[in-house]
Design a protein around this ligand. Structure first.
Ligand code: ZN
Ligand code: ZN
Length: 697
């Protein structure tokens, strides 16, 4: 044996061997009970960073279950990541002095496709380097035609069931990126603004009421002034008519309980087309929706001489004009939270836009029930609260996105009879209603989460025949806690809807991997750590072990070079223990276990260890399993036992071999490469430690 463990050589050798032997496929245990994990598909737009190395948790579970004899499937894939990818690609174009406006839709789509293919190769290589035992023969991409087909089918079914509707709704719109966002994608930030107190005169000339607003520039879209019906100051004037300043339009004072008495003067302008609360108040009071700001971010014709200005510029101009008319009572400093685009940071404009929405109430009720009844379990359990709170207050889901990169919505509009025709992707020849043959397809694409929300069944329905029947519902959905709502909750809603079954039985949520200083890794900060660099520096086994060891599962952790170093030392320790045992030639080859009390004791402890590790893994306490293995191998076995047998090596050799082989098997899910290399050199049965029998089963 080499004195030094040559990690990169050995890692490459075994990964190739495992893959060639077909060990990553569930067919390696054809008669075993199915055990399935679907890999959360990483975004296809960028190489993986070290946080993605947390996929190791899934590899640990899959390798553990495979050794227990399960027909274990870990299904890999990648996500087209709609807006995210188009954004990254546009940045890429920018560097070449180009923009998306230089291309037509089809060309842009093709360019992004090629860009993504290149990245997918890089990503696959990274997953291999970390030793992940995914079944490459079942790899899927969210834009694979068979996946698209499943997604279209679900959309059509939702449409026919009346759970999808098209509506002019207020959406979170970024006029800079030219798309709308879901509520979850809006970042709320504190902002210093002015609160303006503006007088709206009564139509009968008897004075005025003062309203408070941060957005005077939208007053052209006001359709009422509202007060709280319980506000004693305004009891007598409810129902009176006002003249909207800068226009000659008449609007009324209405009463609505949602108006806060303590805000400003207690009287507010109602602008249904530009504010979420005003939208609701307007809807419930049958008020007109007047759009002031267009999708280009500029004020529209209705704003008269202010038309064409951007809101900020218009605000100052409108206030100045009102001031000259003596209608501004005062302006106060005001700190409030405003919605900003999570991509470009600019303020989100709530705008009215025709969109596809999913009526999620019935879906969310079933998703809540699945967790309440324990059909789906969440680990750590405290995340249940977040899950319930979100689903209980969920709003209808806007699934339209105004971008090119994604699945174009399979809906055609008939200009003649104003009907929408939804198909499973095939182009309709004519309108079934009026026989009109000039139909126009919706140019929007689906929200990425609408397709990835169908991932567990969409993948298994399109891999191999019988896969869906065998592997669905899946066993575990393991991912970072930050996408519990974005993704996991939606998979449950859509999974139950489309298949009648939950998509997975357990949700296991890991924490975030932060940079060595405890900060979030991000491209803009430039502190993203590449997992391949870590693997090259410390070895894949050490990198994997460092992510699990010493951090209570589910908690955030900072990438720690001392810990990685410690785990590399552990790799070297294993190698040295291996050399001590493997290179020894016993005097007699009887190869019988001795009855020495130390030998009996260490065997007993090894059996206890295997129970401990199995129990910890069954309960998703990965750190407990890793910590126990490390402690036992290094301290109980190497420091104590190994030292104590130096004078009776031949007698102890069978015990040494047995205990070490058992430890390697228990450690294999965590550190697959070195355990395979050493196991192969010890007396063993079978082709690989990967498919050896788990010690405690
Ligand atoms: Zn933006
Ligand atoms: Zn028609």
């Amino acid at each position: 044996m080499d004195k030094i463990y040559k990690q990169s050589e050995i890692e490459a050798k075994w990964y190739k061997f495992w893959e060639e032997q077909g060990f990553f496929k569930p067919e390696v245990n054809p008669d075993g009970e199915p055990y399935t994990i679907i890999l959360p598909p990483p975004n296809a737009n960028a190489p993986l960073h070290f946080g993605h190395a947390m996929y190791v948790i899934e590899d640990i579970l899959i390798r553990y279950k495979r050794m227990q004899g399960y027909s274990a499937l870990w299904l890999p894939g990648s996500d087209h990541a709609g807006f995210e990818t188009q954004y990254v690609f546009e940045k890429h174009l920018e560097k070449q002095g180009k923009s998306r406006f230089d291309y037509d839709r089809d060309t842009l789509y093709k360019l992004i496709w090629d860009f993504v293919q290149e990245n997918t190769g890089t990503m696959e290589n990274q997953l291999r380097r970390l030793g992940y035992s995914v079944d490459w023969s079942r790899m899927k991409f969210t834009l694979d035609p068979d996946i698209v087909k499943v997604v279209y089918k679900t959309f059509k079914r939702l449409f026919e069931d009346g759970l999808i509707y098209r509506s002019n709704r207020l959406v979170n719109y970024c006029t800079f990126n030219g798309t709308s966002f879901s509520d979850l994608e809006v970042n709320y930030v504190e902002k210093q603004d002015k609160l303006y107190f503006i007088k709206y005169p009564f139509a009968d000339g008897t004075g005025s009421i003062t309203i408070a607003t941060t957005r005077p520039e939208t007053l052209f879209g006001d359709s009422a002034v509202a007060v709280n019906p319980e506000d004693s100051r305004y009891q007598d004037i409810i129902g009176q008519t006002l003249i909207l300043p800068l226009t000659n339009r008449h609007i009324q004072i209405i009463a609505d309980l949602r108006v806060e008495k303590d805000f400003g003067t207690g009287a507010v302008k109602i602008t249904p087309a530009h504010d979420p609360l005003d939208y609701e108040i307007g809807r419930d009071n049958n008020l007109e929706q007047i759009t002031v700001i267009g999708f280009d971010g500029k004020l529209k014709e209705v704003a008269q001489k202010f038309a064409g200005m951007y809101p900020k510029q218009a605000r100052d101009a409108v206030v100045e004009e009102l001031n000259q008319l003596g209608l501004v009572e005062k302006a106060e400093d005001y700190t409030h939270r405003i919605g900003t685009c999570y991509k470009c940071g600019k303020p989100i404009e709530p705008l009215l836009l025709e969109q596809w929405f999913i009526d999620v109430k019935s879906l969310s009720r079933k998703a809540i029930k699945a967790v309440k009844t324990g059909e789906i379990k969440i680990y750590p359990k405290n995340w249940e609260t977040t899950y319930f709170r979100w689903l209980e207050n969920i709003k209808d889901w806007n699934i339209s996105r105004q971008i090119v990169w994604g699945m174009q919505i399979p809906a055609w509009f008939c200009n003649k009879c104003s009907e929408w025709i939804v198909t499973e992707g095939e182009v309709p020849e004519k309108c079934p209603n009026c026989q009109n043959s000039s139909l126009e397809r919706d140019t929007d694409v689906f929200d990425t989460w609408f397709s990835s929300g169908q991932w567990p069944y969409a993948t298994l329905q399109s891999t191999k025949e019988g896969d869906f029947e065998k592997f669905y519902p899946t066993s575990v959905m393991e991912t970072m806690y930050d996408i519990l709502l974005f993704w996991v909750a939606r998979m449950i809603m859509l999974g139950i809807y489309a298949t009648g079954k939950v998509p997975f039985k357990n949700i296991v949520l890991h924490g975030k991997v932060l940079d060595p200083l405890g900060q979030k890794m991000s491209k803009s900060k430039g502190n993203v750590v590449n997992s391949i660099e870590i693997v090259e520096q410390y070895g894949a086994d050490a990198a994997r072990m460092a992510l699990v060891y010493g951090t209570a599962f589910g908690h955030d952790q900072a990438l720690s070079h001392p810990k990685l170093q410690a785990m590399r030392n552990f790799t070297n320790k294993l190698w040295n223990i291996g050399r001590f045992i493997i290179e020894f030639k016993p005097e007699d080859s009887a190869n019988k276990f001795s009855f020495h009390s130390d030998d009996q004791e260490i065997i007993k402890k090894t059996q206890e260890l295997s129970v401990k590790v199995s129990t910890a893994l069954d309960q998703y306490r990965f750190h407990d399993a890793a910590d126990s293995l490390y402690e036992f191998i290094w301290h109980q076995f190497a420091d104590k036992y190994l030292e104590s047998v130096k004078n009776r090596r031949s007698e102890a050799q069978p015990t040494l071999e047995y205990v070490f082989k058992t430890c390697l098997e228990l450690l294999h899910p965590f550190m697959p490469f070195i355990t395979e290399e050493l196991w192969q050199k010890l007396p063993h049965q079978g082709e690989s430690i990967m498919i050896a029998k788990w010690p405690n089963s």
